[in-house]
Design a protein around this ligand. Structure first.
Ligand SMILES: [Zn+2]
Length: 328
């Protein structure tokens, strides 16, 4: 191959590389006309971003020190303002990082569980929202948050009077729906709230379940999982956490349901995108040694991709362009 030929091949590959990089930044999976739900890896805690059309909703923000990680992630996926921030309950692994978010990204409204509590992270968050004059509303059963003609978020719990069983049980439970696909986001509720949802006889079936309370043994009772029948389950959990989560009992129940299980401690950031009919799951795939392979719980119905594959391709092209390229 002569040098002119090599140069034109390099130019072509460089253009391809730039196009791929642009696609990976803007995220083809996050295209308009889709609902994309990002489960961020914030260690032991919750942080979920919903993108739908022009609407962006953030649910929780992990611990205090995760604030910059969350803001950086939001920026990387093109979210430079938030229509709504939901603080599902006052515990620091959910509200800690939200103060940094309020200070760095314009927020139009805040929804919280309305249950008074004086944890320092929660009071800091509330006084900041007040100081910044961001409207604050208490979330309760029955509220609907429209995201577009075919998309909405429904508040399923808590009831306005609460359960009186502590902060976790009174967490805000949301069901986001786009077309015929639903995401059930259980925050940290346990079996009492699950039973109340079952007793309400509301349609709970959802394609994607954010497993309650980091898959602790005090939630995800089998009858509840049978009602939800998730094809994809997401567990937000920190690697080597002090609580021993996720519970093996919950993992077994999800496996018995045939649900594909994704975990932020093993899979990193988990992104689930839907066009209203099917699902695509993308992970940033960090797989620590010695953990049970996720494939043991995988369902064949879900298309799965990984950021690592596109980066492997980019790395290969870079290697070819700037070293060892003469081998072709
Ligand atoms: Zn929690």
């Amino acid at each position: 191959m002569n040098s002119r030929h090599i140069n034109s091949v390099r130019t072509f590959l460089l253009a391809m590389l730039l196009a791929l990089a642009a696609a990976s930044v803007s995220g083809a999976a996050y295209a308009a006309g889709n609902m994309t739900v990002h489960f961020l890896d914030v260690g032991q805690g919750d942080c979920i971003l919903i993108q739908c059309g022009q609407k962006n909703v953030l649910i929780d923000g992990g611990e205090y020190e995760m604030g910059p990680v969350v803001v950086s992630y939001l920026t990387s996926v093109g979210t430079d303002s938030l229509d709504l921030v939901v603080a599902t309950h006052p515990h620091s692994d959910h509200v800690g990082g939200l103060s940094f978010v309020l200070r760095n990204i314009p927020v139009r409204q805040v929804l919280d569980s309305g249950k008074p509590h004086t944890t320092s992270s929660y009071t800091r968050f509330l006084s900041l929202a007040d100081q910044m004059e961001i409207p604050l509303k208490a979330g309760a059963f029955g509220q609907i948050i429209p995201l577009g003609p075919d998309a909405r978020i429904e508040v399923l719990s808590p009831p306005s009077e609460g359960y009186g069983l502590g902060l976790n049980e009174d967490s805000i439970v949301l069901r986001a729906t786009f077309g015929s696909v639903s995401f059930l986001l259980m925050s940290d509720v346990g079996t009492a709230a699950e039973q109340s949802l079952l007793d309400s006889h509301r349609g709970l079936q959802s394609e994607v379940l954010k497993v309650g309370h980091h898959a602790s043994p005090y939630s995800s009772q089998p009858a509840f999982l049978r009602a939800v029948m998730p094809s994809v389950s997401v567990i937000t959990v920190g690697s080597g956490n002090d609580y021993g989560y996720p519970s093996f009992r919950v993992l077994r129940s999800l496996a018995a349901q045939g649900s594909a299980v994704y975990r932020t401690d093993q899979d990193g950031d988990i992104v689930v995108s839907t066009d209203g009919k099917g699902l695509t799951v993308t992970t940033s795939s960090k797989q620590p040694d010695g953990e049970m392979p996720r494939d043991d719980f995988a369902s064949p119905d879900v298309e799965q991709t990984s950021h690592t594959s596109i980066w492997d391709l980019l790395m290969w092209i870079l290697k070819y362009l700037f070293g060892g390229g003469d081998q072709i």
